[in-house]
Ligand binder design. Structure first.
Ligand code: SF4
Length: 557
């Protein structure tokens, strides 16, 4: 593919654009770089990446009390560190206490796993760190990362030494930076893959993660890339995404999406209508990230995601700016990828292109432990493999299993509560961190969802649901568990029960779905006004809904 040159590609010049009228939005290339709020100010005073030296040289020796508050609540995120919630504070007090009153002296540490690609050696190192430094905690997130809790700042340098010794990192795992790059969990191995996106993921991460020129974005910047026809990376809710498509003239490349994000103002991404050749992906990714840096809104943090800029510009202008100011060439127009015919969670047993098998397994709502990660590494190696992937659906995929070892591996996974043949409710339920560790949480998500799954497995036994029922459980009005994209989305809040008591519960959203859930069309679920369930009423509600759905569905619905 030869790009079509544009006569005079313009290098962006700060301040080159003139704001037409109205209040400045903090767009660097329109309004100038003067900070318009406290966050923007400290980000400019000292780059978040610079806090690493202080953690290693000062805070790890001085302990929690020695940490500068702006580093603690701001720059630590650039290295994957958030303070966690103090135990024992109920959700009703989340909104009434000051942030420091909710905060413990321990950290959540997020290990980024770009593309979800892990070796058993890496898995064992994470497991060991968890056991030794994180009270054996480990949660598999819905962005292919693994999060540990109870981490002390004193131990962080040693944790980094061990992670980086096996090629892992926490660099830019949180903060206003390019976060983990989601990648197809079956990249390079699936028999029905269109293209292996691993080289593109590697190029993006090696060139741009930790790059100071992209370390001060208006807010977080999420990326996804897949070469698998199941579109298994929830691409519609990323700031930039690349979905493999076979172009009638140019061959297999990627359909480019921009501007998706959930949270309190959810918006699905949009296609630019452009096709990127594999060797153009890193440049397009960099161009979109740079647009976000230079034109993204910085005045209000709740209006700072790329989706707000896209909503104002529209895709035509966005593509024009990308091509003229950043790429210097036109991208080919391209078709949309076909609607997936199979679910994108990869649960179960599947043949690889080399004749061996990959096996997707479900931990209950992503919760594992350090000991289980280590045991998983042992199990996988005992079955002749050294590769494991994480998925954006809180699942593991074990690769390279010889046919005669498949059943033995599945039995071993079951013993670790990692089911390769889960019930549809276990398979389809994910949950965010929730009140155990999250300072914003109102409701316990993991334990609540687990109890509901175990109850529903008994109650729905024998009911022919025919496809996974997605139940996504959030501990607060944010959307870390993607409630708007589930059949049943549950948004944590304090509600009034039948007896008039204030209890933990959920606002219900219904009818969402993404391409990877085999929807004809992705769509956001709707809030069902006034429909709320108590935390201990989830099983009753899901049972009612599932039985009514099965009784009333039409044809092959
Ligand atoms: Fe915390 Fe809310 Fe995100 Fe859950 S959805 S992890 S409670 S911020």
């Amino acid at each position: 593919m030869t790009p079509t040159e544009i006569a005079a590609p313009a290098a962006p010049v700060r301040g080159a654009r003139v704001r037409p009228s109205g209040k400045p939005n903090g767009q660097w290339l329109v309004d100038g770089t003067a900070p318009l709020n406290a966050n923007e100010e400290w980000k400019q005073v000292d780059d978040g990446l610079n806090v690493r030296a202080r953690i290693e040289n000062d805070y790890a020796q001085g302990g929690f009390a020695s940490i500068d508050p702006t580093d603690l609540h701001g720059r630590f995120r650039w290295w994957g560190l958030y303070t966690q919630r103090k135990p024992g504070i109920d959700g009703g007090r989340t909104a009434t206490l000051e942030p420091h009153e909710l905060e413990d002296e321990y950290f959540m540490l997020r290990v980024r796993i770009d593309g979800g690609q892990l070796t058993t050696e890496q898995l064992r190192v994470i497991g060991g760190i968890s056991t030794e430094f994180a009270r054996d905690t480990a949660d598999l997130t819905d962005r292919q990362n693994i999060q540990l809790h109870w981490v002390r700042v004193e131990d962080v340098p040693e944790i980094w030494r061990r992670l980086e010794g096996v090629g892992l990192s926490t660099t830019e795992a949180c903060g206003d930076v390019p976060r983990v790059v989601l990648g197809s969990p079956v990249a390079g191995i699936a028999a029905d893959e269109l293209i292996d996106p691993t080289p593109q993921i590697d190029e993006i991460t090696s060139r741009f993660i930790g790059d100071p020129s992209l370390a001060n974005l208006p807010r977080k910047f999420k990326s996804a890339i897949t070469g698998h026809p199941s579109q298994d990376v929830v691409h519609e809710i990323n700031d930039v995404a690349f979905v493999a498509v076979d172009h009638p003239e140019h061959g297999v490349g990627y359909d480019v999406w921009v501007g998706g994000a959930l949270s309190t103002v959810p918006r699905l991404g949009e296609r630019l209508g452009a096709w990127a050749a594999p060797d153009q992906v890193a440049a397009v990714w960099h161009g979109v990230a740079s647009i976000f840096r230079d034109y993204g809104y910085r005045r209000l943090r709740n209006k700072a995601r790329l989706k707000f800029l896209l909503a104002d510009w529209g895709v035509e202008r966005f593509r024009e700016v990308l091509e003229t100011e950043y790429l210097g060439y036109r991208l080919a127009d391209g078709p949309a990828a076909p609607t997936p015919a199979t679910p994108g969670d990869h649960v179960g047993v599947h043949r690889q292109k080399d004749g061996r098998f990959y096996i997707g397994a479900t931990p209950i709502v992503g919760r594992v432990s350090g000991a289980r990660l280590t045991a998983l590494a042992d199990l996988v190696e005992a079955h002749g493999s050294t590769r494991v992937r994480t998925t954006p659906h809180q699942k593991f995929v074990v690769l390279d299993v010889p046919e005669d070892r498949v059943e033995s591996l599945i039995a071993g996974l079951d013993a670790l509560e990692l089911s390769a043949r889960p019930s549809l409710i276990r398979r389809g339920t994910i949950a965010c961190t929730g009140i155990e560790y999250c300072k914003l949480a109102i409701v316990n998500t993991k334990d609540t969802a687990r109890a509901a799954i175990l109850e529903l497995e008994e109650r729905l036994d024998g009911l022919d649901l025919s496809a996974p029922l997605s139940v996504h459980v959030n501990g607060c009005p944010n959307s870390c568990a993607r409630i708007q994209t589930a059949d049943i989305g549950l948004k944590g809040q304090i509600i009034t029960d039948d007896e008039g008591n204030q209890v933990p519960g959920f606002q219900v959203h219904l009818g969402g779905g993404l391409a990877s859930s085999e929807r004809a069309e992705a769509g956001l679920g709707r809030t069902v006004r006034g429909l709320k369930v108590t935390a201990d009423g989830i099983a009753d509600y899901v049972e009612l809904l599932a039985t009514r759905y099965v009784a009333g569905r039409a044809g092959d619905e």
